[in-house]
Design a binder for this molecule. Structure first.
Ligand code: GAL
Length: 682
């Protein structure tokens, strides 16, 4: 059961709608809401996400009257509901009654209620109350004809993560006992011989609260893993209650790349527990290539969904309220964003939120119905989007095929966000983005998966800054090359094992990157991170930033070396880009020992693609800032062409353009900022 169940319930249509919070409005507004929803073609709304306080005014006493009326009204108007179990924000009465359910920060300061998500994941009172509320809701609405999906909680980890309080302390100790079995094993894994940290009693072990200086890195990493698991336990408990009463799919909305070490939720571990993988994405207004960041997030979400269709649960019609400068979307931008998500596998385009609020912290956040009402740019574009989605309904259920794949392991990412490292600039997500952007510019569709996934279907696999790699992940990548695949490993990859210990032989040492040195045929001996803003010249591929290394190729062809520089570089002559041919005569293992500039990276990506036989969707690179992605169901293909540029473009593409219903006649002509979806036989 997955996204196809929802599409089926929606009469074969792509999901369109968003968070509907009718409790924020007088009841007489509701009938206007549904009339507007019908005008726009809205078919799915998420209801009740932040309604706990109104649904349960005091412990065990529920007031469902208003929700009954809302669901009836929606059903009578043919609008389906993704019903929340409302556990995301405990009400003030709850926090006051159970003050130790509130989360505690790393300084030991207990947070207050008054915003949202004010609970500690391991609080037994929170868990009990959330389960009771879930039971009451699901028992009442499991058979309600409007309901087609369950929305558990909301963005787990947003705003209350991680919790360092006493519940987390006990939970962490228990989690560690399960993981390590003995204190001896924990002491080894954490390297507690260093700085006199040896533990003699489980009760001595704390969450990584503020200390004089760097807290044990393995402790930090394990705490992130534990914190993610603690929230996952909350999800599973609530989902179990729902599944015991209902057949509808269960989801919780993920937050794309917003799952760093400071708010750790490992979606690779979570996604298998979802019936539908759903994600929220918001553009960062200050980011000039935010459309590419959107594409990368959608590709990651498709990875969590194992390539199957997923659901865009939230994005915005225009500005948000939480950035320093909340720039509104220009005409056409919301349509482009929506179609980017659909092109990359979402079978829906949902938004936060239906009606822009009048009160509260998010009143300056855009909605489908803006403060200005119907006579507005936003509303006209919402209606237009509804029509567009209707016209491409046949795309639902189809999938995206990619020949290239980027590896993005959560532990590797968290590992690079630890303190006390060679360079604070060496972070996984920015390096991943540089590679994704280079592939995006070349028109290459890219999946994002983790190292332990089955990679055999890919011609090209790129592992940007796979700092921490498990034995299993390293073995998979070795096998991938042995089987003829083309693999790229970048600097600061394969450096540590799952405990964040340097991969090396304790007696004889051994060159970096320990996990891949043999596979790559290189042996690097010393990191030379660059000063901020510095570059290092290369004999090929332009120049590098952030990082350089001293070392040698032991069994690889050197494609580029580092320049000596003006006496500032200690790495002159060391290999910067290498290639070791696969043992079978097919495939290769490349090493890139620096962060390449845009032009050099583009040049290298061209070389990699021709070496691996990877091609852009239309065989040639698209015009600049034109995104071309294809979905297919095996018999029919749909090519999405999204023009982010300020120029009209011609694209050689023969088929029927679904938005206009007109054949392209061999060449698609797309205006600046325009979108098209062209159907062709597969
Ligand atoms: C999301 C959240 C929504 C809303 C939105 C605003 O993180 O799930 O409830 O706050 O952000 O952009």
């Amino acid at each position: 059961m997955a996204m196809d169940y929802i599409v089926d319930k929606l009469g074969g249509r792509i999901a369109f709608g968003g968070d509907y919070n009718p409790e924020q409005w007088p009841e007489e507004v509701w009938k206007h809401d549904v009339a507007l929803m019908k005008e726009a073609g809205v078919n799915l709304v998420s209801v009740g996400i932040f309604s706990w306080a109104l649904l349960e005014p005091e412990e065990g006493r529920y007031e469902f009257g208003w929700l009954d009326r809302v669901l009836e009204l929606l059903h009578a108007n043919g609008i389906s509901v993704d019903l929340a179990n409302a556990s995301a924000s405990p009400p003030p009465w709850f926090s006051r009654k159970y003050p130790d359910s509130l989360p505690v920060d790393a300084d030991g300061v207990r947070q207050s209620y008054g915003s949202r998500q004010a609970f500690a994941a391991c609080s037994p009172d929170y868990r009990r109350a959330a389960a009771a509320l879930t039971t009451a809701i699901v028992q009442r609405y499991a058979e309600h004809p409007a309901v087609v999906m369950w929305h558990v909680h909301n963005e787990y980890g947003c705003h209350n993560q991680p919790d360092f309080g006493p519940h987390a302390e006990r939970g962490f100790q228990k989690w560690l006992q399960d993981r390590y079995g003995s204190l001896d094993a924990l002491n080894k894994a954490w390297g507690t011989a260093f700085w006199s940290q040896h533990y003699y009693d489980w009760a001595e072990i704390l969450p990584p609260r503020r200390s004089g200086t760097w807290v044990n890195p393995t402790q930090q990493l394990d705490f992130a893993r534990f914190s993610s698991d603690a929230l996952l336990e909350c999800f599973k408990a609530e989902a179990d209650v729902i599944r015991a009463h209902s057949e509808h799919p269960v989801t919780t909305n993920f937050m794309g790349f917003n799952m760093g070490l400071n708010a750790p939720v490992d979606y690779w571990r979570w996604s298998g527990h979802m019936d539908v993988v759903s994600n929220d994405h918001y553009l960062i207004a200050a980011d000039e290539r935010n459309f590419q960041e959107l594409a990368m997030t959608a590709d990651l979400t498709r990875g969590w969904a194992q390539g199957k269709p997923w659901l865009l649960m939230e994005h915005s019609t225009s500005a948000v309220n939480w950035q320093p400068r909340n720039v509104a979307k220009v005409p056409g931008e919301m349509l482009r964003n929506s179609l980017q998500h659909v092109a990359r596998g979402s079978d829906g385009a949902l938004f936060f939120q239906w009606r822009a609020s009048r009160a509260g912290a998010e009143k300056y956040h855009s909605g489908l119905v803006p403060h200005a009402g119907r006579d507005s740019k936003v509303w006209r574009e919402v209606v237009q989007l509804g029509r567009v989605l209707e016209s491409i309904s046949e795309v639902a259920g189809s999938t995206v095929q990619a020949e290239a794949c980027i590896i993005h392991d959560t532990d590797a990412r968290w590992g690079t966000e630890l303190d006390s490292h060679p360079s604070e600039d060496a972070r996984n997500v920015p390096e991943t983005r540089r590679w994704h952007d280079a592939l995006y510019r070349a028109g290459i569709t890219t999946d994002i998966r983790q190292s332990t996934d089955d990679l055999s279907g890919y011609k090209l696999v790129i592992a940007p800054m796979l700092y921490l790699v498990t034995d299993e992940g390293a073995a998979k990548l070795h096998k991938y090359v042995e089987a003829g695949g083309t693999l790229v490993i970048t600097y600061f990859s394969g450096i540590v094992d799952e405990n964040d210990h340097i991969r090396m032989d304790p007696v004889n040492g051994g060159g970096y990157p320990g996990a891949f040195s043999e596979l790559l045929g290189v042996s690097m001996e010393e990191f030379f991170p660059l000063r901020s803003g510095d570059t290092v010249g290369l004999s090929q591929f332009g120049s590098g930033t952030l990082w350089s290394e001293l070392g040698k190729a032991t069994d690889a062809e050197v494609l580029a070396t580092f320049d000596g520089g003006a006496g500032r570089s200690g790495v002159g002559g060391s290999p910067a880009v290498t290639r070791r041919a696969g043992a079978s005569g097919r495939g290769a293992a490349y090493y890139v020992a620096t962060s390449l500039g845009r032009t050099g990276l583009a040049e290298l990506v061209q070389l990699l693609c021709s070496d691996a036989g990877v091609e852009p969707v239309l065989g040639v690179a698209p015009p600049e800032d034109v995104e071309i992605v294809r979905r297919s169901n095996g018999t029919k293909d749909w090519t999405f062409v999204i023009n982010h540029s300020a120029h009209d473009v011609d694209v050689p593409l023969d088929g029927v353009e679904l938005l206009s219903g007109a054949p392209t006649g061999g060449t698609l002509i797309l205006t600046a900022g325009g979108v098209a979806v062209v159907a062709t036989p597969a």
